[in-house]
Design a protein around this ligand. Structure first.
Ligand SMILES: [Fe+2]
Ligand SMILES: [Fe+2]
Length: 330
């Protein structure tokens, strides 16, 4: 499924109940007027990911918990969307980032440490993406800890019959680490945890902030989030993951230079990811910020030497396939 430019942002994103009207080809589809929605994800030939995705898409209990999250997040706390649209977006971004890394022969931690496969790493990041905020059904504070307890009850069932017990236990353990460590202050052990944390942070486009903004929340977080026009993920000859963030105005730089940088720091994506922030005015683009963490220095410029990555790379791969195909987040 082509990923670029597919999603129209609903103005009621993050709302509660029967509010989503995403078109076909988006990250989320309504299949009936009840509670069940489909997350659209390019599973390609990963049959295990397809099986787990199907389980999630047919799990009314889990999807109802997602709605409970947004009652707390959006209605009671005035926060941005933490519901099913958020999880659909994070899952797609996480998969895109992970596949870019895999194409560049960056080895997922589940391959290095458990001798499982790239396909299994995709299942881990998918589970992390759709379950990381589950704890917010109870409270926002320490929700990453609460999410672990809840996800530990749900994941084994989602994997039942897809994996034998040993692999099921490993996938569960690795997914729980991504969930616990999605907050920036928690040290991370795995590449997959970095993928989930960064994907979570990249759900930053204006639509996510619209509800708190229109409800009167006009702090720097809301203002800067409202200025994010688009987020695209591609790869370049120098980096497997290039995040291009376009903004309506300069206030969006707070999202990029403060919030996103903090999220990337300390992950195993450092050195593999480049962030480029630009303002588009009158059909002209001007770069406000360009950085790569864990390598040379901030504000890396085009043509600067490649960074020194912090995760394991398989050296017989080809990481030089320029691909401008991006992913547009809603
Ligand atoms: Fe969270
Ligand atoms: Fe999140």
């Amino acid at each position: 499924m082509p990923l670029a430019g597919l999603l129209k942002v609903p103005t009621n994103r993050g709302g509660i109940g029967n509010l989503f009207e995403l078109g076909t080809g988006g990250f989320l589809s309504r299949i009936r007027s009840g509670a069940i929605f489909l997350i659209n994800l390019p599973t390609n030939d990963n049959l295990k990911l397809k099986a787990v995705l199907d389980r999630v898409n047919n799990d009314e209990y889990l999807q109802s918990l997602w709605d409970c999250i947004n009652v707390n997040a959006v209605r009671r706390l005035g926060l941005s969307d933490h519901g099913r649209v958020h999880f659909a977006i994070v899952a797609n971004i996480a998969l895109k980032i992970l596949r870019n890394l895999q194409e560049a022969r960056v080895e997922p931690s589940i391959v290095t440490d458990h001798k499982l496969t790239d396909d299994d790493a995709e299942v881990v990041v998918f589970l992390g993406a759709v379950l990381h905020d589950l704890g917010m059904i109870a409270h926002r504070e320490n929700h990453h800890i609460l999410s672990v307890g809840l996800a530990a009850q749900i994941i084994p069932g989602l994997l039942q019959g897809v994996y034998p017990d040993r692999e099921r236990a490993i996938i569960t353990a690795e997914a729980l680490h991504t969930i616990y460590a999605h907050e920036s202050e928690i040290p991370q052990f795995t590449l997959e945890a970095g993928v989930v944390r960064v994907a979570d942070a990249l759900d930053m486009k204006e639509g996510r902030a619209r509800i708190p903004f229109t409800a009167g929340k006009k702090d720097i977080h809301a203002l800067s989030a409202m200025s994010i026009r688009d987020v695209r993920i591609r790869k370049s000859s120098r980096k497997p993951v290039v995040v291009e963030i376009s903004m309506y105005n300069e206030s969006g730089i707070f999202q990029v230079d403060q919030l996103l940088k903090k999220k990337i720091a300390g992950t195993r994506l450092e050195g593999f990811i480049e962030v480029v922030a630009q303002v588009e005015k009158d059909q002209r683009k001007s770069v406000l910020s360009r950085y790569t963490l864990g390598s040379t220095s901030d504000n890396t410029t085009e043509g600067s030497p490649p960074s020194q990555p912090t995760a394991k790379i398989i050296t017989n791969g080809n990481a030089n396939n320029e691909d401008r195909q991006g992913l547009t987040t809603p």
